[in-house]
Design a protein. Structure first.
Ligand code: ADP
Ligand code: MG
Length: 343
């Protein structure tokens, strides 16, 4: 027997949506959200599912938490089958979904936690104590007794995080737990996630599109794109698949970036190049990322090219490969638009 707390084999999910086709006609379009996902999560680890928007992260987390049925494949969570034993799965996990809508806005945060705690069978002093513990742990005492409708979006997220802890489950599913949070709250939630594992022995399955979050928090990471897991391992293992390579990040102020990308790609030493449109200090800019073997020889050539093309260079940063480069290596694209959190 293994001590895998989550086992998924061959999970597939297709969404069918109606789209207009010509006058008064509609046709059904199939969206393959998961195309055969296999993974195993070990007890006691922080496991991250890292991928861009639309990769299939929420779909996978919904299947593992019994909120959505798979079309094919199976998953075992805490020893229970997510389809055949969904009630047992639900009792044994804590869940925080993105864009949490299940909070009651006309109740206070504390009343919400009491309500959800009661659903798990807690009552009386035990319920009160648990609610207090969770409020103190997450650090939401200042606003716990205010109506949720007065909360900022960050405060709602913190309450949703607290709600996932109310039944003291050994396994937590967190769908992009820091998205739309200001950097201070995001850092707070990451600290709490680490503590949950280190002090309370929880297993955590989280999704993120932030490579630095995955790198900072996770023992192992699965990189997902277009419904497929492309790579799986510790951040160090994933990065060492790019051993001997370097990464160069260049920000430019220009909308003519297409003109140079192909030229950059044609340099001998360039293995991959990708770019994304970003805002830097409120200004439109383009981030170019290049994977290469010898940045010392390549970088001067690239800078000369950008200057020749009259492009304003805002920032140049040669560095060791990150998970962003691992993603680029597999997909030829960038994982995220830069949010520049904490920089
Ligand atoms: N309810 C739905 N109906 C139709 N398509 C959906 C639905 N939910 C998600 N999708 C599509 O499935 C794909 C995966 O989405 P999702 O699992 O939400 O990805 P992620 O959480 O990684 O952004 C995307 O192409 C998305 O547009
Ligand atoms: Mg999602």
């Amino acid at each position: 027997m293994t001590n895998d707390i989550i086992v998924a084999e061959g999970l597939k999910k297709v969404y069918r949506v109606k789209v207009p086709k010509g006058f008064l006609k509609k046709t059904t379009k199939e969206i393959h959200a998961l195309r055969g996902v296999n993974l195993r999560v070990r007890e006691g680890e922080i496991f991250g599912l890292l991928g861009p928007n639309g990769a299939g992260k929420t779909t996978l987390i919904k299947i593992l938490t019994t909120l959505l049925l798979p079309d094919e494949g199976y998953a075992i969570v805490n020893g229970y089958d997510v389809v055949k034993e969904s009630r047992k799965v639900r009792k044994s996990i804590g869940v925080m979904l993105m864009g949490e809508r299940s909070l009651y806005w006309k109740l206070t945060g504390r009343e919400n936690l009491e309500y959800f705690g009661a659903l798990y069978g807690l009552s009386g002093e035990t319920l009160k104590r648990r609610v207090n513990e969770v409020i103190n742990f997450v650090g939401i005492r200042d606003f716990a007794d205010r109506l949720v409708e007065t909360y900022s979006s960050g405060q709602k997220m913190l309450l949703a995080f607290a709600k996932a802890l109310i039944n003291d489950a050994p396994l937590l599913f967190l769908d992009e737990p820091t998205v739309a949070m200001d950097p201070r709250n995001a850092a707070l939630v990451r600290e709490k996630i680490k503590l949950l594992r280190e002090e309370f022995g929880k297993t955590i399955f989280l999704t993120t599109h932030l490579m630095h979050e995955a790198e900072m928090l996770c023992d192992r990471v699965a990189i997902i794109d277009l419904g497929r897991i492309l790579a799986l391992g510790s951040p160090q293992e994933l990065k060492s698949s790019l051993k001997g390579k370097s990464s160069i990040e260049i920000d430019v102020k220009s909308d003519r970036v297409h003109e140079v990308i192909n030229e950059i790609r044609s340099f001998d030493d360039v293995l991959e190049v990708a770019f994304s449109y970003v805002k830097i200090n409120g200004m439109d800019a383009v981030k170019i990322r290049i994977l290469c073997s010898s940045p010392r020889t390549l970088l001067p050539d690239i800078i000369s090219l950008l200057i020749k093309k009259n492009m304003d260079i805002l920032y140049v940063n040669p560095q060791e490969p990150t998970l962003e480069d691992v993603f680029m290596h597999y997909t030829g694209r960038l994982l995220t638009e830069d949010t520049r959190e904490g920089v």
